[in-house]
Design a protein around this ligand. Structure first.
Ligand SMILES: Nc1ncnc2c1ncn2[C@@H]1O[C@H](COP(=O)(O)OP(=O)(O)OP(=O)(O)O)[C@@H](O)[C@H]1O
Length: 625
């Protein structure tokens, strides 16, 4: 699975790049191997004539490590048909025996490069870390040729820093030519190979041996052992040879391998060819390059993207039997010769390693940005610019003013709220004092009523006097008693009831007769008015008296003479006089007498002067009754 954000086309173009090198042409060399013993046995003719004895140009082998040491990505390809000498060109002849060294003049490009590189490293002032990885791509599977255990398929991934890379690929540090050669032999021995008609040891995979060259500085710690170090990279690519299955006689698994090899080479050829054609056209260099066709092209993206240093070694057989493949290889090599690349080092993740270069780039970018901004400022209408500045100043002033206003308003509101709270507290206090005064007035009135009642013996004390002053007559919850004190059951003057406005219509009807305000109407038990008196609001109706009679019967549990008004008495339990059966024959008369007494008492109460403004003050304490 590819890492998210991987590009569809040129991954190298999406990488964070470092400094560029000069434009460099792809180096292409041709190597024609000698006629093999098998070809000679078959009587094949040589179709190629070389001008010199050395077909591999000596400078080509030594020119690659130099840019690699300067942090560039360098790649050496060997390509050609199967059996043309690609592996031989890179690795030289196989060892003749244990401990038998290969003559230097027969050494392959790898050995020559290793020797040159290690020699240079020893003469460098700064320490250099050398590491190597070796992998093969077999049937589109990447296998680690240096793995500790048996090789297993590894995924190819991509990120912006490294581009395409093989996950969990073992990277081994080495410090000597001998150690590197051991790694090379280890990989070669594990590489898949088979025998066919054209090659007894034909490689069935593409092999990539990569050397990582990193120069350490004091401020740059060595990298993670599992991670390839940042720096120069030198990759040797030994491609599996293209082959005509008919010519090689491959069958079964060999034929499947051949097909896979040819497919990947076709992708590489097409990609390479396409890449080359793109690279040849400067105006198309930024076009899409299809690297995703195979793992081979992904892992060679550095070279195929035109940002590395590339050496291509075209290997051909001199046999006339191989002439069509030889011509194809030569055409491809000829075309590649015309390609130029501009090597570009990958951007180092180390902040200190490339600090001067990065700072220099940032300075250039900032200078460019500054120039653009100045240019844009110059194009802006000066009037608009002034207007914009004035608006900003206005907005700032306005915002500041709004903030100040808001704070002042908030302060005003807070003060007002505090005043309202204190006013409300005072009003509550006044209400409480007024309620107490009303209660006290009612209690006094009731006491006055009780004092004016005639009793056969000593008058029983009014419970309202002996009991602590209850909030009964004036407080709304207790007004449901309606004319009866809920504590002492004593009838109240109707004007002492806070709900009299609501309850009087239930007694007298919805409308007050005679147009007199209902609050001024006497209670049902009030004595009848003197017909001649001007103060009498109205005459008693029969219904008034009937209600009074019902009330009296309830109190006495006996029939009451219809003409008698109800008796204002105390609680039933405390009224032995009224509840006694012996007093029944005189009840009518007594009730009449009591009615007169109450009437006079109420008249006295009404004749009291209204309270002055001073006495209405809630803070004024009433005198005791
Ligand atoms: N320059 C050379 N001098 C002598 N022998 C060579 C030379 N090049 C190749 N040979 C011999 O030719 C044979 C094939 O070479 P090699 O295996 O390198 O070909 P190849 O292109 O890698 O083949 P394949 O693609 O099938 O792996 C080998 O036996 C090798 O020793």
């Amino acid at each position: 699975m590819e890492e998210r954000g991987s590009p569809d086309g040129d991954p190298a173009r999406s990488l964070e790049q470092g400094p560029e090198g000069p434009e460099t042409p792809i180096q292409v060399v041709l190597r024609v191997r000698p006629m093999s013993a098998a070809e000679l046995r078959r009587g094949e003719q040589s179709a190629l004539h070389c001008s010199g004895t050395r077909t591999l140009q000596p400078p080509a082998a030594c020119v690659q490590p130099r840019p690699a040491a300067r942090s560039f990505s360098c790649t050496v390809f060997t390509f050609g048909q199967t059996g043309s000498g690609k592996t031989y060109t890179l690795t030289g002849p196989p060892p003749q025996g244990e401990g038998v060294p290969v003559p230097p003049n027969l050494a392959g490009i790898m050995q020559r490069t290793f020797t040159w590189l290690l020699d240079r490293v020893q003469h460098l002032g700064a320490p250099v870390t050398l590491r190597a990885s070796y992998l093969e791509i077999y049937n589109e599977q990447v296998r680690d040729l240096l793995s500790v255990g048996s090789p297993r398929p590894l995924p190819v991934r991509w990120n912006k820093t490294r581009g395409f890379y093989v996950e969990q690929l073992r990277v081994v540090e080495f410090g000597s030519l001998g150690a590197l050669m051991e790694l090379l032999q280890m990989g070669l021995s594990r590489r898949r190979s088979s025998a066919h008609t054209l090659n007894q040891a034909s490689s069935r995979s593409h092999a990539l041996l990569t050397l990582y060259i990193s120069r350490q500085t004091v401020s740059m710690p060595p990298g993670d052992p599992g991670e390839p170090p940042v720096g120069g990279k030198l990759c040797f690519v030994d491609l599996a040879g293209s082959e005509k299955v008919a010519a090689t006689g491959s069958r079964g698994e060999l034929m499947l391998e051949a097909n896979s090899i040819n497919r990947s080479l076709l992708a590489l050829g097409e990609t390479g060819g396409h890449c080359i054609s793109l690279l040849l056209d400067p105006q198309r260099k930024q076009s899409h390059i299809p690297f995703r066709d195979s793992k081979l092209t992904k892992l060679l993206a550095d070279s195929l993207g035109g940002r590395g240093v590339t050496l291509m070694v075209a290997c051909v057989s001199p046999s006339a039997q191989c002439l069509p493949e030889t011509l194809s290889t030569l055409r491809y090599a000829s075309r590649a010769q015309r390609v130029t690349t501009r090597p570009q080092a990958p951007k180092s993740p180390s902040p200190t390693a490339k600090q001067p270069q990065r700072l220099e780039i940032e300075i250039l970018q900032l200078q460019e940005e500054n120039r653009c901004l100045r240019s844009q400022l110059g194009q802006i209408d000066p009037k608009a610019s002034r207007l914009s500045g004035a608006r900003v100043a206005w907005a700032q002033r306005n915002l500041y003013g709004m903030l100040q206003e808001f704070m002042l308003e908030n302060e005003r509101l807070r003060k007002g709220q505090s005043q309202l709270q204190s006013s409300r507290a005072r009003a509550w206090d006044e209400q409480r004092v007024l309620a107490q005064q009303v209660q006290e007035l009612e209690r006094r009135l009731l006491c006055a009523c009780n004092r004016h009642q005639p009793h056969p013996g000593p008058a029983p004390p009014c419970p309202c006097v002996t009991a602590p002053a209850p909030r009964c007559h004036a407080l709304p919850p207790l007004c449901s008693c309606c004319h009866l004190c809920p504590l002492c059951r004593a009838p109240l003057a109707h004007w002492a009831c806070a709900c009299r406005e609501l309850h009087l219509p239930q007694v007298f009807g919805p409308k007050a007769p005679g147009g007199v305000p209902l609050s001024a109407q006497p209670p049902p038990w009030a004595p009848p008015c003197d017909p001649g008196s001007a103060k009498c609001p109205r005459e008693r109706s029969p219904s008034d008296w009937s209600q009074t009679r019902v009330l009296a019967e309830m109190l006495m549990e006996e029939a009451v003479v219809p003409s008698a008004p109800p008796l204002p008495v105390g609680p039933p339990d405390t009224s032995p006089v009224l509840r006694g059966g012996a007093a029944v024959p005189n009840l009518a008369r007594r009730l009449e007498a009591l009615r007169d007494q109450i009437g006079s008492s109420l008249r006295r109460g009404r004749s009291q002067p209204p309270p002055s403004e001073a006495t209405r003050s809630p803070s004024r304490v009433l005198p005791p009754c």
